[in-house]
Design a protein around this ligand. Structure first.
Ligand code: AMP
Length: 444
């Protein structure tokens, strides 16, 4: 049985198809991130790390798997994510667990669990990691995708909202992707309740003009109707009452202060009274970042966030004002690629080690290690035997020197140092090769 399995595994993919063996593919909506993409992902990651460091945010990592109730209680039962997109299953001990669909709830959980309120406030956190949503896969939407985000916990002042928006904007701006900010306030529990009543009444009067989906949502989450992208709902939406007219004084003052800061900073923002965001935990400021020119497109936001003053207390912590944002890494990487961003060159190598034959390869691998430990940036191709392809590879890498070990050099205990530009070669004792190369490279 085992032999049969081993024989199968040794067959090439083509042979397996011919013999009718099913080739396993990644799950629908989940994708491998291969080196061609990793180059852009690295740009994204490096920018995130640089921004975190400039703005004084610290990295937090939370588990991918959480108790499912964490998300039910925070994101909200009537949201798309909780209603139909969460990967939920029973753990071996019977606990209902979920693969995280986002990380803000997990961070709020960690804030409570580790008593972070005892530390000087605010807590400025950033994260990066995989998220899972069982959505219909389509361009730019996956079931396993990555997000990074910045959160400020324990600060109520508008400046915290502004720093979060600034970070979200600067990320793209500094990577050469023109973006704009869509912003709105959805008020607090009190002023929103009054607004929702007014809105419900309005939409009820327009029920016959609404799409089927909105008719259903009207009962449970009327603010989400403002988000509807269906053609037939647009005129109804346009005449809907606007939340800004219903904000209580403190919510209005907070929002005005945020906008004044944005004006002061010269950030390009647009008031969007239909912007409500999908999750229950938001209060007051909400915003989304769009690539310039894509503002109206459905599900095109590059990222978004806002204030969530009630999240920590909803999860059993003390009242903790907070705000944050999340950007999708896949979207960021593809936008950066589209913007024609020139990738940084790979690290330049100092020397290439070429070898001829098995005996030489043994010496070469030791020399490779010795060079590396001595701080020399060294390249190799231990998988080729001929000298020509190896020297061609060395040429391509534009290394100044190649170290060549053939059978004669193995016998003599020497190595050839070849100046790649002039073609001049010298023979040195293999034990002195590292020192010689360092001298040539002016390495101390
Ligand atoms: P959200 O947490 O829904 O506000 O999403 C924030 C950002 O994460 C979005 O603007 C996207 O860039 C990204 N994102 C959300 N869902 C997905 C998904 N299914 N696939 C890829 N990226 C996503």
């Amino acid at each position: 049985m085992e032999e049969k399995q081993e024989a199968l595994e040794n067959q090439s993919g083509e042979e397996q198809i011919k013999k009718g063996v099913r080739i396993i593919q990644a799950l629908r909506g989940m994708k491998d991130i291969l080196p061609a993409d990793q180059k852009y992902w690295k740009l994204v990651f490096d920018k995130v790390v640089a921004l975190a460091s400039h703005y004084g945010f610290e990295r937090y990592e939370t588990p991918v798997l959480e108790e499912a109730s964490l998300f039910n209680r925070s994101i909200g039962k009537d949201t798309d994510i909780v209603e139909k997109e969460m990967y939920i299953f029973e753990d071996l001990d019977g606990t209902k667990v979920a693969l995280r669909p986002e990380a803000t709830a997990s961070l709020a959980r960690a804030y409570i669990q580790h008593g972070l309120w005892n530390q000087p406030q605010p807590i400025k956190a950033w994260y990066w990691g995989p998220m899972f949503r069982h959505e219909r896969p389509q361009s730019g939407r996956y079931r396993n995708f990555y997000q990074f985000g910045f959160e400020i916990l324990g600060e109520a002042a508008p400046i915290a909202d502004v720093i979060i928006i600034l970070l979200a904007y600067n990320f793209y701006h500094e990577l050469g992707v023109p973006v704009s900010i869509q912003i709105n306030s959805i008020g607090c529990v009190e002023c929103r309740a009054k607004y929702v009543e007014e809105l419900t009444q309005y939409f009820r009067g327009q029920r016959s003009h609404l799409c089927e989906f909105c008719k259903k949502r009207l009962q449970r989450n009327p603010m989400r109707l403002l988000d509807c992208k269906e053609e037939q709902c647009q005129p109804v939406k346009q005449n809907a009452p606007q939340i800004l007219d219903s904000l209580c004084d403190p919510c209005r003052e907070h929002f005005m202060a945020v906008l004044e800061y944005l004006d002061e900073l010269g950030l390009p923002y647009f008031l969007n009274h239909s912007l409500v965001r999908g999750l229950d935990y938001y209060t007051r400021t909400v915003f989304e970042i769009y690539a310039a020119g894509e503002e109206g497109a459905s599900q095109a936001a590059l990222g978004g966030g806002g204030r969530y003053d009630l999240l920590v207390s909803t999860l059993g912590g003390r009242p903790t004002p907070a705000c944050g944002f999340a950007h999708g890494v896949e979207r960021a990487a593809s936008k950066i690629r589209e913007a024609g961003r020139v990738l940084p060159l790979d690290e330049k190598k100092d020397v290439f080690i070429a070898q001829l034959g098995e005996q030489a390869r043994r010496k070469a691998v030791v020399l490779f290690e010795n060079c590396r430990k001595a701080g020399i940036k060294v390249a190799e191709n231990f998988y080729k035997n001929g000298l020509r392809p190896q020297l061609e590879a060395a040429d391509k890498l534009q290394v100044p020197y190649a170290l060549i070990i053939g059978q004669k050099e193995v016998q003599d205990g020497t190595v050839i140092i070849r100046d790649m530009e002039s073609g001049n070669q010298e023979i040195v004792d293999i034990n002195k090769a590292v020192g010689e190369v360092k001298k040539k490279l002016f390495l101390s």
